[in-house]
Design a protein around this ligand. Structure first.
Ligand code: ATP
Length: 700
C-alpha cells in the first residue's frame, strides 16, 4: 500500500486536527460517539524503548523505567481484544453463505461480468493475433478490474504479481502496482472503529490525528497521530469496515470454482482448492492486526540488532484485531531515488542492506517478510532501511535453508546430479520421482548461463532459466520458494533503477561465502568440503575466492573461517579429509620449494648460473615450463591466501594447528608415499610451523 495518491500532502502541524475541535464537528455531524472510557494514564510502550511516558501536572513528559511485565500485560490485553478475530474456515463460510442465494448471485454476477468481458477480449485478441501487442494494455485493465472488485481481488493480484511462473512480465509489473492509490473509506468510520475496538475515546488517546489517511491499502488505511500521553508520533492502521464479510463471500465463491476445476478440468493437475485454502488462510491472518504486531515484534528481535535496520515498535494498549498503532516511521519509499538522493543517501547502500537482511531472514532464521514491495520499505533520513507491514510473513523450513546454500554450491561446482538431488531436500520433488532425466536439462541451461562469472550473473536470468527447467518436470514449487524469489527480485528491481549493472547474486555471494566458511551446520560443512576438494584435489582458487568474498560480509570474522572443516580433520570421521589434506600438503611444499629454487635461479647472475647449475638452459629443474608455471601459480596463491588470513586483525595463526597436527601423525607419513613423500611432508610441516610461529609477510 502506498500513500493516497489523490490526497493533498498534509503537513503534520497544519493538516492534523486537534481532537477536541474534531469531536465537536463530529457531534454536529450527528456522529454517534461511543461511551468514553477513562483514558489509560500509563501507556505500555514496547520493551525495546525501556521507558514509559506520562505527563505530570505541569504538562511535561516524564520517562519512567518500564517493567517488561507491563509490556507483556499490554500485549495480552491486546490479544484478548482480538479474541474474536475471524479465522478462515471453509465449513463456516459454507454454512454462512450457503443460505444467502441472493447475495451469492449478485456477487457472482459482478465478478463474472468484470472478468468475463476481460476473458472475452483476451480470447478475441488471441484469435486475431493481437494478444501480444495488447499485453500491456490488458495487464493495466486487469489491475483496474481487481481494484474495482475489492480487497480479495487486490490481494489476489498482489499474490499473482509474485508468480513469474504464472504471469507474463507485463502482468507482473502492472499487478505489482496494486499497492498504490487504492480507494479510501470514510474517516468517520475509521475513527469510530478505533474507539469501538479500543474502548477509549479518540481524544483520550491522541492529541491530534490527520483528518484523512496518509495511505490506503488493500485491507486498511493509515493515519498519522500524536499520542496524548507521550507526545510520540504514531501510525494508526485501521481496517476497512466489514472486510471479513466481503472477503469471506469472495473466497466462498472462488473455492466453489476451485472444486469445479478439481472435478472437471483434467489438464490442471494441481489441487486448486488446497491452493485457494492456503491463500485465504493467509489473507484472513492478515486481518488480525494483533498477529501483525506480534510478527513485527518477532522480526525486530531477530533482525533489528543492526544499526542500519529500523522496525517500528507496537503500542499494545492501542492495538486490537482491527487497529494497529506503531511508531511513525519518517522516510521515503525505496523506489523514490530522487528523494533518497536529496537526503544525501545512496539507493544502492539501502538495497544492499535490504539484500543482506533478506538473506539473513531467508537462510539464517527462516522467518521472513513475505511482502517486501517498495511501499513497505522506507529509507529513513539517518540512512536506515525501515521495514513496514508485517501482515504476511513466511518461514523457510530448516532443511530447505541449508539446501538452498548447498544448491548454490552445487551450481557453482556444476554438479548437476547433486543439484537434481537437492530438489528432494528443497521439497520440490516427491521422493519417488526419478531425477535422472532432470540432469541433462539442468546441464543444458546452466552450462551456458555459467559461462558468466558469479558477479556477472543476473538473478532474473537464472530464475527464468530454472523456471523453464522446472516447467518440464513434475515439480511442486513450495510457497516459501516463490516468496524468496519475490523478495530478491524486488530488491534487484530496485537496485536496477539506481545502477543498471547491479547484480543481486554478486551482492549476495559474500553472505554465502561467509556462511560456508564459518557455519558448523554439517550440511554446509560438507558443502564447503565438496566445494574445496574436487577429484581429490584442493582448489585453492575457490578458497581464495571465498575468503575474498566472505571478508566483504559485515559479519565475517577470519578466526571462524574454516573452523568447521578443521574440526572434522581431527575427528574419527575425518579420515578421507586427512588423506586429501596430506596429499595437498605434499603438492604445496613441492611448489614452495621448486618455486623458490626457480626464483633463485632467475635472480642469480649469469656466472653463478653457469657455475652452480652448469648453464642448464632449462633452468635448475628438469621439468617442462608449463609444470613449473603451475607450481609457481600454486605457490603464489598459497601466499596470497595466507596473507588474506593474516591481514585480518582477528586471525590467530594457531587456528591452523589442526593441519600441523595431521601432518605430524605417523600414519600420515606413509600416505606421502616413500622417501620423497616423507621429505615433502616434513617440509610442509616446517612451513606451517613457520607460519604459526612467525607471522611474517606473505612474500617472505
Ligand atoms: N509505521 C509507519 N510509519 C509510516 N508510514 C506507515 C507506517 N505503517 C504504514 N505506513 C504507510 O501506510 C502504508 C500501508 O501500510 P501497510 O502496508 O502496513 O498496509 P496494508 O493494508 O497491510 O497494505 P498491503 O495492501 O500492502 O497489505 C505503507 O505503505 C506506508 O506508506
Amino acid at each position: 500500500m502506498a500513500n493516497v495518491a489523490t490526497q493533498p500532502c498534509l503537513s503534520w502541524t497544519r493538516g492534523s486536527i486537534p481532537i477536541s475541535k474534531r469531536n465537536k464537528r463530529r457531534r454536529l455531524n450527528g456522529f454517534t460517539r461511543l461511551k468514553v472510557v477513562a483514558a489509560a494514564v500509563v501507556e505500555a510502550t514496547p520493551n525495546s524503548s525501556s521507558v514509559v511516558s506520562v505527563r505530570n501536572g505541569t504538562n511535561r513528559v516524564l520517562t519512567l523505567p518500564l517493567n517488561r511485565a507491563d509490556d507483556i500485560q499490554a500485549e495480552s490485553r491486546a490479544m484478548s481484544r482480538a479474541i474474536d478475530a475471524t479465522l478462515y474456515s471453509p465449513q463456516l463460510l459454507a454454512s454462512k453463505y450457503g443460505s444467502m442465494p441472493i447475495k451469492l448471485v449478485q456477487r457472482t454476477f459482478e465478478i463474472v461480468s468484470a472478468l468475463g468481458s476481460f476473458g472475452l477480449k483476451l480470447f478475441l485478441e488471441q484469435k486475431n493475433g493481437t494478444l501480444d501487442k495488447n499485453k500491456r494494455a490488458r495487464a493495466a485493465e486487469l489491475k483496474c478490474i481487481f481494484t474495482q472488485l475489492g480487497p480479495t481481488f487486490v490481494k489476489l493480484g498482489q499474490g499473482l504479481s509474485t508468480r513469474p511462473d504464472l504471469c507474463p512480465p507485463e502482468y507482473l509489473e502492472e499487478l505489482s502496482e496494486l499497492q498504490d492509490g487504492l480507494p479510501t473509506f470514510p474517516d468517520e468510520e475509521a475513527f469510530a472503529c478505533i474507539e469501538r475496538e479500543l474502548g477509549l475515546s479518540l481524544d483520550s488517546i491522541f492529541s491530534s490525528i490527520t483528518p484523512s489517511p496518509m495511505a490506503a491499502a488493500s485491507l486498511g488505511q493509515v493515519y498519522k497521530a500524536r499520542l496524548k500521553y507521550s507526545g510520540k508520533l504514531v501510525a494508526v492502521k485501521v481496517q476497512r469496515p466489514s472486510i471479513e464479510e466481503a472477503i469471506g463471500l469472495d473466497f466462498y465463491l472462488i473455492r466453489g470454482l476451485g472444486i469445479f476445476i478439481n472435478k472437471y478440468v483434467d489438464i490442471i493437475t494441481t489441487d486448486v482448492v488446497a491452493l485457494i485454502d492456503e491463500f485465504a488462510r493467509r489473507v484472513f491472518q492478515e486481518l488480525n492486526y494483533v498477529q501483525e504486531g506480534q510478527n513485527a515484534r518477532r522480526f525486530k528481535k531477530l533482525y533489528a540488532d543492526r544499526e542500519d535496520i529500523c522496525v517500528p515498535d507496537v503500542f499494545w494498549d492501542y492495538t486490537s484485531a482491527k487497529v494497529l498503532t506503531m511508531d511513525w516511521v519518517e522516510g521515503v519509499k525505496l523506489n523514490d531515488q530522487e528523494a533518497i538522493e536529496k537526503q544525501g543517501l545512496k539507493v544502492l547502500d539501502l538495497v544492499n542492506t535490504g539484500i543482506q537482511c533478506s538473506l539473513r531472514q531467508l537462510l539464517e532464521y527462516g522467518y521472513f517478510h513475505a511482502d517486501p514491495h517498495p511501499g513497505n520499505l522506507l529509507a529513513t533520513p539517518d540512512g536506515k532501511l525501515a521495514f513496514l507491514d508485517f501482515g504476511m510473513m513466511s518461514e523457510t523450513p530448516e532443511e530447505a535453508r541449508s539446501a538452498i546454500i548447498g544448491h548454490v554450491v552445487h551450481l557453482v561446482n556444476r554438479d548437476y546430479e547433486a543439484m537434481a538431488r537437492d530438489y528432494y531436500a528443497l521439497d520440490f520433488l516427491s521422493p519417488d520421482v526419478d531425477v535422472s532425466p532432470i540432469v541433462p536439462a539442468l546441464r543444458n541451461f546452466f552450462d551456458d548461463a555459467l559461462n558468466y562469472t558469479v558477479s556477472e550473473l543476473n538473478f532474473k536470468t537464472l530464475v527464468d532459466g530454472l523456471g523453464n527447467v522446472l516447467y518440464q518436470f513434475p515439480f511442486n514449487v513450495p510457497a516459501y520458494y516463490a516468496l524468496i524469489l519475490r523478495s530478491l527480485t524486488v530488491l534487484e528491481g530496485l537496485a536496477l533503477y539506481a545502477d543498471p549493472n547491479f547484480k543481486v547474486l554478486a551482492a549476495s555471494y559474500p553472505y554465502f561465502a561467509k556462511r560456508l566458511l564459518t557455519d558448523p551446520n554439517p550440511y554446509l560443512r560438507d558443502a564447503l568440503i565438496e566445494l574445496l576438494f574436487k577429484d581429490g584435489k584442493f582448489r585453492w582458487s575457490r578458497l581464495e575466492d571465498l575468503l575474498v568474498q566472505g571478508s566483504m560480509d559485515r559479519d565475517f570474522t577470519a578466526k571462524e573461517a574454516l573452523q568447521p572443516v578443521l574440526k572434522v580433520l581431527l575427528s574419527p570421521d575425518g579420515e578421507e579429509l586427512r588423506t586429501l589434506v596430506t596429499k595437498e600438503a605434499v603438492r604445496v611444499s613441492e611448489a614452495l620449494t621448486f618455486g623458490t629454487i626457480s626464483d633463485t635461479y632467475k635472480s642469480a647472475p649469469d656466472f653463478m648460473r653457469t657455475l652452480v647449475f652448469n648453464g642448464n638452459a632449462n633452468g635448475p629443474l628438469m621439468m617442462p615450463e608449463s609444470e613449473m608455471q603451475s607450481m609457481i601459480e600454486l605457490r603464489d596463491q598459497v601466499f596470497r591466501i595466507s596473507g588474506l588470513l593474516r591481514s585480518s586483525n582477528d586471525f590467530d595463526p594457531a587456528l591452523l594447528l589442526p593441519i600441523l597436527q595431521v601432518l605430524q601423525q605417523p600414519e600420515v607419513r606413509r600416505l606421502g608415499g616413500g622417501v620423497v613423500g616423507g621429505i615433502t611432508q616434513r617440509l610442509a610441516a616446517r612451513f606451517l610451523q613457520q607460519v604459526l610461529r612467525v607471522p611474517a609477510t606473505a612474500s617472505a
